[in-house]
Design a protein around this ligand. Sequence first.
Ligand SMILES: Cc1cc2nc3c(=O)[nH]c(=O)nc-3n(C[C@H](O)[C@H](O)[C@H](O)COP(=O)(O)OP(=O)(O)OC[C@H]3O[C@@H](n4cnc5c(N)ncnc54)[C@H](O)[C@@H]3O)c2cc1C
Length: 549
Amino acid sequence: MNIKTTNLKIEGMHCAGCIEDVSGELRKISGIIDVSIDSWKKGNAKLTVEDGVSRADIEKAIKKAGYRVSRQISEFGKEFDFAEQFDLIITGGGSAAFSAAIKASELGKKILMINDGLPIGGTCVNVGCVPSKTLIRTAEAFHNSNHPNFFGIKHGKNRINFKEIINQKRELVSDLRQKKYVDVISDDPNITVLKGHAKLTGKNMIEVNGETRTADTILIAAGSSTFIPDIHGLKDSGYYINDTLYELEELPKHLIIIGGRYIALENAQLFARLGSRVTVLQRSVRILPTEMPDISEDLSNYLREEGVDIKTGVKIHSVLKQDDKIVLKISVKDNDEIIEGTHLFIATGRKGNTKNLGLEKLGIETHGNGFIKTDEYQRTAVPNIYAAGDVTGEHLFVYTAAYAGALSVKNAFTENKSEKDYAVLPWVIFTDPQVAGVGMDENQADAAGIDYDVSFLPIENIPRALAARNTKGFIKLIRNRKTDKLIGARILASEGSELLMEISFAIKYGITTEEIKKMFHPYLTLSEGVKLAAIGFSKDVNKLSCCAV
Ligand SMILES: Cc1cc2nc3c(=O)[nH]c(=O)nc-3n(C[C@H](O)[C@H](O)[C@H](O)COP(=O)(O)OP(=O)(O)OC[C@H]3O[C@@H](n4cnc5c(N)ncnc54)[C@H](O)[C@@H]3O)c2cc1C
């Protein structure tokens, strides 16, 4: 016969004698081996029982003694025992948390997920990937309808209804939140979701809604939020961040964006295409400063052609809200300027959501903007406390957050431990043309001391792009000259992200450019560009006939 422990919280006791009453009733049940109740005030009961003892019998006995089992309602309306014991407590309810919870449930673990701030699903579905990408698609469709690439299609005079655009975005967000988050776990008996701010109060303890919960393993998956720079007047200016921008009721007349990386640029183009005047203020000397200059320069030119005003080398001295205007005093490469707009969007990087999480007392170390340091197994400085996703400051994408959440669980609960591995990490910036990358660029190959060469293929060499009359950008393949194996790629192309996975496979599995050249690539597809770029290492592709190698 198996013996197990059941935890309960008993309500209604008012004196020490009540403990005797309820213990007496419980002990009458055959199969109950031990009953221990901490105090009549707290009512925390720990029962040692044989496997066959039913939950209903326990509750009946407590009721017979005149008391009741305390229950709580979870976020999805499920009742659960107040003192239920969990194997894993997760702080946060975004992608890292969901992937971790699902993995832990598959392993038969009991999970408590605690989420607050953003609705369930966290950043990606509510205020990040999903709203931004559907609005980017909307803006692209509108832009293309009024700027056709073909002489035979006359310039359209389509207009937008911004409110309907936002409503349609809301529908998608709510639909995906329901289908990809709520529905996925709401019937899972192993996963309980609570709404409330979680705070670590011990290495096994979390405080939420004034109560303490314990578990052997804790996962911090609290995500990140916009890092707000310290600029005079900014706090009172009514600025927007990604949490609020996609809920605007009216299209901004003049949107000023502080920042020059992916969130700034995706939104700059999206709002410009919808009809806003857009000014981008970037502190560095170029946008996307961590990329090679060819990407930054060409993308700047394409965005400028669409009317986005990009200022680089900008210092912002002050921000002032004046009636319905926002006035910024700035200097651009040491020349003072005043910029007036109607809306201000801050996209100056992210910070870990670690304020008031109780990390300091436990000695959990942070780095950069409040991000949690983790080791190769996703562990924090406290071995049973793991961290995953944006809160670690590592690769702030939804697919890496999900990967790290699942990895934490695997490492915490199985013998089969794995180190995190980001050696082949494809990524995309959803401007048009998109910027897509995987592996090393030239600077990184230099730093790694690799003997490499580069094949640079302008998109105008790809028949598919010629047919679409859209020849913006290039494909750049970087290979190890000695082994002929690819080590990286950078793509600037409309829908260029769709080329990334072939290259990623090649890098991961050590496929040579010679082997890529031998693969059939259908005519006319964009993926022919990868083959042409592979050929470009040894031949001038301008001298090739159609589909020749
Ligand atoms: C504008 C924008 C666009 C993006 N686009 C893309 C994209 O196209 N592709 C892509 O891969 N990635 C994209 N990202 C990044 C992606 O959204 C994040 O990497 C991902 O959502 C991180 O997931 P997470 O689970 O780590 O954190 P989150 O999803 O942020 O979840 C954390 C949750 O925990 C809650 N929380 C915080 N503290 C506590 C606490 N103490 N107690 C309880 N709950 C707490 C938060 O409110 C939140 O609900 C985008 C991000 C932004 C901002």
